[in-house]
Design a binder for this molecule. Structure first.
Ligand code: AP5
Ligand code: MG
Ligand code: ZN
Length: 214
């Protein structure tokens, strides 16, 4: 199973991707999580990416592609993956299509989690993320059992640097300019599916499973 999750910042890509990955036994690959993990470890890649991320801008394609191609070469990708936050530009999508094609392979679906901009800011301001496992929660919509502690791994939760309202606005601009065109790209490839991301987390997941098992 090879799936791409599309959607605005805060649409719920990560929340859904984690559940899909667990249900179908494939890795959840989030370029955002990988950049943040690198930053935490103080690697050169992490420090380079931070400059862009903190401004709500996309990291350059060259850096992102190098990182993701390396990730694809790992053993656990043999049976597929759920991609979350990649591809995010047309050149990234084209590079992915080509890399797959070179192996006589293709994506199964691109799932667009559709949420209008007006819902996004609200979601971001209540988000809490786990530094250890990448788990994502919301103080109101998806609270943890114990405040500040990850339900999945017991790690400590934190507020992402780029979740400040003024940065979220910039991320939305970058999304509309650079990432939204991927919806047409995958529609033309015949693999686009859209789910209503304003529903409850569980209902969104149900809709995605229905698509995957149709
Ligand atoms: P990334 O980490 O990918 O951030 P993003 O795309 O902006 O998406 P988010 O992680 O903010 O949102 P999400 O859709 O995963 O939503 P979530 O499930 O957390 O990228 C960060 C930065 O890294 C980028 O800005 C860029 O700089 C760089 N980057 C990454 N990949 C790149 C690439 N390929 N190329 C270039 N640069 C790249 O949910 C959000 C909140 O809502 C949570 O609190 C959650 O609990 C809650 N929620 C989720 N679903 C629901 C629901 N149905 N109802 C109510 N609340 C919900
Ligand atoms: Mg995410
Ligand atoms: Zn965790």
């Amino acid at each position: 199973m090879k799936i791409v999750m599309l959607g605005a910042p805060g649409a719920g890509k990560g929340t859904q991707a984690k559940q899909i990955a667990a249900k179908y036994g494939v890795p959840h690959i989030s370029t955002g999580d990988i950049f943040r993990a690198n930053l935490k470890e103080g690697t050169e890649l992490g420090l380079k990416a931070k400059v862009y991320m903190d401004q709500g801008q996309l990291v350059p394609d060259s850096l992102t592609l190098e990182l993701i191609m390396d990730r694809f070469s790992k053993d656990d990708c043999r049976n597929g993956y759920v991609l979350d936050g990649f591809p995010r530009t047309i050149p990234q999508a084209e590079a992915l299509t080509k890399a797959l094609k070179d192996n006589n392979d293709r994506l199964d679906y691109a799932i667009d989690v559709d949420v209008p901009d007006e819902n996004i800011i609200n979601r971001m301001s209540g988000r809490r993320a786990c530094a250890k496992c990448g788990g994502t929660f919301h103080i109101k919509y998806n609270p943890t059992k114990v405040e500040g502690i990850c339900d999945l791994c017991g790690g400590e939760l934190y507020i992402r640097n780029d979740d400040k309202p003024e940065i979220v606005q910039k991320r939305l601009v970058a999304y509309h300019e650079q990432t939204q065109p991927l919806i047409d790209y995958y529609r033309n490839e015949g693999i686009l599916k859209t789910v209503d991301g304003t529903q409850d987390v569980d209902k969104v997941f149900e809709d995605i499973v229905a698509i995957l098992e149709a």
